[in-house]
Design a protein around this ligand. Structure first.
Ligand SMILES: Cc1ncc(COP(=O)(O)O)c(C=O)c1O
Length: 392
């Protein structure tokens, strides 16, 4: 029994939560937002700030820089200097701003699919084109197709690689060798790497993620890294993140565009949330990761023993699981909608993540075990009903 209670259920149904904006009796396990209360230490720091009662503009204080610098040094073996870090209101704002600044109309931004669906919006909404390189699955593990990657990087219209490390939705932690190889190819073809590392603190016990920028000197020089406490500490609504850029020329571009887009100023609570997470949240994070890992093991066993035809891709990071149901859907894309309509379980449909997502489901397990049990029962029932209805 640990210090923190992850079994505790919190009622989020009346809190204007995006995740819980559902019909009575529905069970949302879709968006990457946890159902755990954040660390009590963070709650206390925020309450203290709120009790001040004056909610004016905030600076980005030294405490904020120091919190990131110490956390990344200690947990991820990455040396960051104060001047290499920029505040941003979110990882998606950072990606959108960077795409706009570093690409001209109709240039390609390369992504490795299946991947976080909002990447598509960030690219298209900013006048660039999406270029996809599909990951290859080998024995339940996703791998980069390096020859396809090189082909697409070598297109002179490709100027940016939007990378996800660890990868959402597959849960892959890329190895140092893979990252270094990606960096080498990007440098060869003059492509900048924007590495979204928002999920980096949610890893299975004994697993470690490797920051893109630490894989090689080249990786460090050609990359922009987006990081945040939001996923790991359940504070996505705080709009609090950072960008780390070693290369001063690239950094200036990112800083300029974030400020032009007015994404560089913190809200009243966003600084306190980040400082508290990175200075007081480590014990909570370790317990949370262990709890989520147990949820993953439970779901894996349940699915293997109870839901034939569905394959769980074992993830090493994130609190998301990625299920291959393509043997059952046989080209149809209505499974998630069917399950929601018939059982109330709301999960993400794989098709939104691009090529390779067809016939898959993404399920969020950052919730009390009793919720996972409920979700798994509904999943079993929904899939049985789906198979019966499609065999008629
Ligand atoms: C890979 C990835 N990047 C970015 C985000 C969202 O980032 P933010 O809320 O900081 O804009 C998410 C949220 O699920 C995500 O999974």
């Amino acid at each position: 029994m640990g210090k923190y209670d992850f079994d505790k259920k919190i009622d989020r149904s009346d809190s204007w939560s995006l995740k819980w904006d559902v019909r009575e009796g529905e069970l949302p396990m879709w968006v990457a937002d946890m159902d755990f209360e954040t660390a009590p230490e963070i709650k206390e720091a925020l309450s203290k700030r709120l009790s001040e009662g004056a909610f004016g503009y905030s600076i980005v204080p030294d405490e904020w820089y120091n919190a990131y610098i110490s956390w990344w040094k200690k947990r991820h073996h990455l040396d960051i200097k104060k001047e290499e870090l920029i505040f941003s209101t979110g990882v998606i704002p950072t990606i959108s701003s960077t795409v706009r600044k570093l690409t001209t109309n109709d240039e390609n931004v390369l992504i490795l699919t299946p991947v976080y669906n909002v990447f598509y919006n960030c690219i298209k909404n900013n006048g660039a084109r999406v270029l996809e390189s599909r990951l290859i699955e080998k024995d339940g593990r996703f791998e980069i197709d390096f020859s396809d990657l090189e082909k697409k990087l070598s297109d002179p219209q490709t100027s940016l690689l939007l990378f996800c490390n660890p990868h959402n939705p597959t849960g892959r932690i890329w190895t140092k060798d893979e990252l270094a190889r990606v960096g080498e190819l990007c440098e060869k073809y003059g492509v900048t790497v924007l590495s979204d590392e928002i999920h980096c603190d949610i890893v299975d016990p004994k697993k470690e993620y490797v920051p893109f920028a630490t894989a090689s000197e080249t990786c460090s020089r050609i990359s922009i890294t987006a990081i945040a406490p939001s996923k790991a500490f359940n504070m996505a609504g705080m709009c609090s993140s950072a960008v780390f850029v070693k290369n001063p020329f690239l950094r200036h571009k990112v800083w300029r565009q974030l400020n032009t887009d007015e994404c560089g100023e913190p809200s009243f609570l966003s600084i306190t949330a980040a400082v508290s997470a990175f200075t007081e949240g480590e014990d909570w994070l370790l317990e949370m990761n262990e709890y989520v890992y147990q949820n993953k093991l439970f779901a894996e066993t349940f699915i293997r023993d109870n839901i034939p035809g569905v394959r769980l891709i074992h993830s090493e990071a994130t609190y998301l699981i990625w299920l291959d149901c393509s043997a059952l859907t046989k080209g149809r894309d209505d499974l998630a909608a069917f399950i929601r309509a018939n059982t109330g379980l709301f999960v993400s449909k794989g098709e939104i993540y691009g090529p390779g997502g067809e016939g898959h489901l993404r399920i969020n397990l950052a919730c009390p075990k009793s919720t996972v049990e409920d979700g798994m029962k509904r999943l079993k029932k929904g899939i049985e009903m789906y198979c019966n209805s499609s065999s008629k």
